[in-house]
Design a protein around this ligand. Structure first.
Ligand code: ATR
Length: 266
């Protein structure tokens, strides 16, 4: 029988996950499809997916935390990140939430030895990335407009935090800088979360935003000689990890990266 998967979000129409997973199903000869579901009533939506025989689903904004009590359980990653982006059935047919966002981000980085990483932002995206980077051996410092949120996340991670002004002065210390705030997104007002003046050539500067493909911050970092990484890779790799969870197949991420880049850029 044909299997089907879904993404629950509100809004969800803009999601590129259906195009991505459908392409991977096709490439791998799987009889399956993936649909976007506009879920304003999350409980009703999750219960419906159970009844209708959905094989697994993604959860996106604003439901990544709210979905947790509606599932049969969450794994360690989702527990530490306090958010779920992927739901699958385990061997006992229980609906389990996991989180592939942070690990997807780590996989999207160029090969490099772990060292000191500065994370700008302390929201949900920063949390997932911070835990995954820490697992990969990075020494984390968190900076955020609201300092208290940076301190709180740093405490949970047993990491450091600093003010935006201190981070700006110390940018040269970090071989990896990760921009996780909404500053620079298409619908936001543009601008940069920190002054990039002290970024050094060769630093890896990642921005998890993928629309636009190059934020003002990335453009400034590139002008300083940084190796820049936009959010397309994170999006593709979080999806690939979900796909693997559902199907056991590790899909082609390189071609997908090009496809998504063209869709966003076009
Ligand atoms: P997400 O789950 O995508 O991380 P979020 O939890 O709403 O979204 O977090 C948004 C992040 O962007 C926060 O770090 C937020 O800073 P505050 O904690 O101070 O709100 C940051 N952010 C949003 N708008 C910003 C702005 N104009 N300048 C600086 N930081 C901003």
């Amino acid at each position: 029988m044909k299997k089907w998967y879904a993404v629950l979000g509100d809004p969800v129409a803009q999601s590129m996950s259906p195009a991505m997973h459908d392409q991977w199903f096709k490439e791998n000869g799987l009889n399956a499809s993936y649909i976007p579901i506009h879920a304003s009533d999350l409980k009703a939506a999750v219960d419906s997916l159970r009844v209708l025989g959905c094989s697994g689903f993604n959860v996106t904004v604003p439901h990544k935390q709210a979905v947790i009590p509606l599932l049969d359980g969450i794994d360690e990653a989702a527990e530490r990140m306090n958010a779920v982006n992927t739901v699958y059935y385990d061997e006992e047919n229980r609906l389990i939430g996991t989180n592939t966002d942070g690990f997807g981000f780590v996989r999207s980085l160029p090969e490099t030895a772990a060292g000191k990483a500065l994370i700008i932002g302390a929201g949900g995206a920063a949390r997932g990335i911070a835990f995954a980077l820490k697992d990969a051996g990075w020494q984390i410092c968190i900076t955020n407009r609201t300092e208290q949120k940076a301190q709180q996340l740093a405490e949970e991670l047993a990491a450091d935090s600093c003010t935006l002004a201190a981070a700006e002065a110390r940018l040269a210390e970090f071989p990896l800088i990760v921009q996780t705030t909404t500053v620079g997104m298409n619908f936001a007002s543009g601008g940069m979360p920190v002054n990039p003046a002290n970024i050094q050539a060769g630093t890896i500067v990642a921005d998890i935003i993928y629309n636009p493909l190059e934020t003002e911050f990335l453009r400034a970092a590139k002008a300083k000689g940084a190796v820049t990484v936009n959010g397309v890779g994170m999006f593709v790799h979080q999806g690939a990890l979900a796909f693997e969870k559902w199907t056991g197949i590790n899909p082609d991420t390189e071609t997908m990266n090009e496809m998504i880049t063209m869709k966003v850029g076009g």
